[in-house]
Design a protein around this ligand. Sequence first.
Ligand SMILES: [Zn+2]
Length: 80
Amino acid sequence: MSRLLFWLALAVLVVMAVRSKLRGAGSGPAAPSRRAPPEPPAIETMTSCAHCGLYFPASEAVRADGLDYCSPAHVRLPAK
Ligand SMILES: [Zn+2]
């Protein structure tokens, strides 16, 4: 009888372990709490416009002559 209880307890432990693993898999790296905040957005490199000095994400930059500009209009204007 105690053998049966042992296997029953083992089965319950295995089910609990699998459940907690499945729950953790959906929310990124093994977070200890279920209320972990969502991952912060990737930090993007910032650059400044060579004409007006405005800071903006480098991915939106208009590049000309090795300089970054905020818009195609400022490419045509002289750099400061
Ligand atoms: Zn500009």
